[in-house]
Design a protein around this ligand. Structure first.
Ligand SMILES: [Zn+2]
Length: 66
């Protein structure tokens, strides 16, 4: 299974991220360190809680390392 599928599954656990998806510059954005990422913009504006984004990053790294 491609990594993309797994990261999408992680994303589904973060319902407050979902309304921002599709607004990133890259359609395959994983919201880690891509430029012009809608998720990171929302974190910067405190629309998404930084702790939730941190938790997301940790889950993504686990998926990528497995
Ligand atoms: Zn993104």
């Amino acid at each position: 299974m491609p990594v993309f599928q797994d990261t999408q599954q992680v994303m589904l656990g973060y319902s407050e991220f979902l309304s921002h998806l599709g607004k990133c510059k890259f359609s395959d954005c994983q919201h880690i360190n891509e430029p012009q990422c809608a998720i990171k913009n929302a974190v910067d504006k405190n629309i998404i809680q930084p702790a939730r984004y941190q938790s997301y990053l940790e889950n993504i790294q686990e998926v990528k390392n497995s």
